[in-house]
Design a protein around this ligand. Sequence first.
Ligand code: PEP
Ligand code: MG
Length: 537
Amino acid sequence: MAEIRLSGRPASSGFAEGQLYVLPDKRVSRAPTGDPDLEAKALRNAIILASEALADLATTADGDAADMLGFQVAMLEDDALSEMAFAAIAEGKPADIAWRHSMDQEIEAYRSADDEYFRARSADLEDIRDNVLDMLSGGTSAAPPPPGAILIARDLQPSRFLGIDWSKGGAILLSEGSPTSHVAMLARARGVPMIVGLGELPRSADGIALIDGGSGQAILSPERQSLDQFITRRAEDDNLSARAEKLLLKDAMTKTGEAVTILINVADPLELDVISPDLCDGIGLVRTEFLFSEDGSFPDEEAQYRVYRRLVEWASGRPVTIRTLDAGGDKPIKNLTIDGESNPFLGVRGIRLSLIRTDLFRIQLRALSRAASHGPIKIMAPMVTIPSELATVRRMMAEEFEGLKAKGIAAALPPIGIMVEVPAAALAMDLFDADFFSIGSNDLTQYVTAAGRDIGSVADLADPRHPAVLRLIAMIATQGKKMQREVSLCGDAGGDPALIPLLLHAGIRCLSMAPSMVARAKLIISETSLSGDVVTP
Ligand code: PEP
Ligand code: MG
C-alpha cells in the first residue's frame, strides 16, 4: 500500500506507531426458539450475564472508567430499559430482534436530545445493546485486537475500549465519533492517542501506521522518510512533555519575569469534567455553537442557562468569557445559517446573523444575564465589523437584563467585549465601546491574507506568522493598552508553541487556548525573554 496521509479531529493527544487493525463488528447469530417464554428467559439471562461482565470489568477500572461502567450496570439493572423488549417478545418477536428494536429507539432518543451530554451518552446505550446481543448469541464477540495495534473503526464503544489491552501502546482512528464521547474521555484518561471524524477509512489494512493524536494526523504505510521524521518528533515531544507537565498548575511567567494570563477555550463543557480549573486563570472563549444540535433544533433559555451556570461553577470565581453564537462560515447550523451564499466567510455569520435572528439572540442574552448572577461572566460578540453592532448588542443586553429584573429573576449585566477578527475592527479599535477585546487569530489571519482557513491549497498563505498579521496583532495590543482595555488572543495561534514567543514579543500578555495546550504553552513562555519593547517582523 502506498503512503496515505489522513487528517481528522484530535480526540486524545500522543504519538503512536503500530500495526493497523480493522476492528470487526461484533457478530450476532442466534436461532430463535419460537416460544415467547423461552425467548423472555433468554433475554433475562443475557441481561444478567452482560451486567455481570460489566461489573467484572469495573473491578479492574478506576475513575471515569469505573463511573462509566457503573452507569451501564445501573442502566441494565433498571427494568424500565427492557420493558418494551419484553412486551414485544410477548407478542411473538424473537429476543434479539425485540431487544435491538427497543434499544435502537432508546438510542435514537438520546442521539436527538438537546443536551450534548445526553447525546454523547448514546454510545453507552449502543454498548449496552451490543453486550446483551453478544450474550444472547452465546458471547461470540470478536477476538480482541493484538496489543499495541492502531485500531480502525467507524466508532468505538466504551466497554469495548476497556476490554482492550492498551499497556503495549496502540491508538484509535475513527471514521466517525466525537472528541466529547465517553470513549474519547477514556482514551484521554488512559493516554491512548485517538483521532475522530477521519471519514472514509480502509476496510482492510496491513502494514503500520503513525499517529500524532494532538494534531489529528495519521500516516498509513509510511515511507522511510516519514517514519524517520516521526521518530525524531516523538522523541522531542516526550522530552518536552515531561518538562511541561511540571508547570501545568503554576502561573505562567516569562524568563524575564513578565506574568502571562492563561485562559482556556471551551468547545464543549464536557471537556471540563476531566480537568482542574487550577491550570488556568479563567475561560477565554466558549464556543456556544455546540448548543445547537445537528437536527436543527435550538436550545431554549433554560437549557442555555444551565450550561452557562455549570461553566461558571467550574471556573470557581475565575472569569468566564462566553461568545455569543458564531454560526455561519465554517460553522453552518441547520435551519439557521443562510444556504447558498457565494462566500459564507464573507456573508451573514457571527453577530451579523444574531442581529437578524434577534428572537434567538435575545434568548441567549437572557440565559447569559441569568448565569452572570452566579459568577463573573463576560459576553463576547464575534465578527463585529462596525461600532453600531456592538452598540445594538449593549442595548439588547440592557433591555433583557431590565426585563428579567422586572420579573424578579436573578440576573446581572455582564461586561461586553468583541472578538477582533475582522480587519476593519482591528484597524479602528478606538471606535468601539468594548469592555475588552479578544483577537480571533484564525479569522483575522484568513481575512488579512485573503486565504480561506478551510482551503488546504492556500494553507501556507493563511499563516499567522505573516508579518502583516503580527504587525496588526501588535497594533491591537498597543491600542488596547492605550484604551486601558484587556486584550487577549483566543485563536489557535494562542496555543501554538511556534507562535507564542512571537505573540509575546508583539505585546500580547493574555492567551486563550485548548486545555491540552496549556502545559506546553507555559513551558514556552518560561523560556521566552522579552526586552520590554514590542518587536514584530
Ligand atoms: C478565531 O477566529 O480565531 C476564533 C477564535 O474563532 P473561531 O475559530 O471559532 O472562528
Ligand atoms: Mg473566528
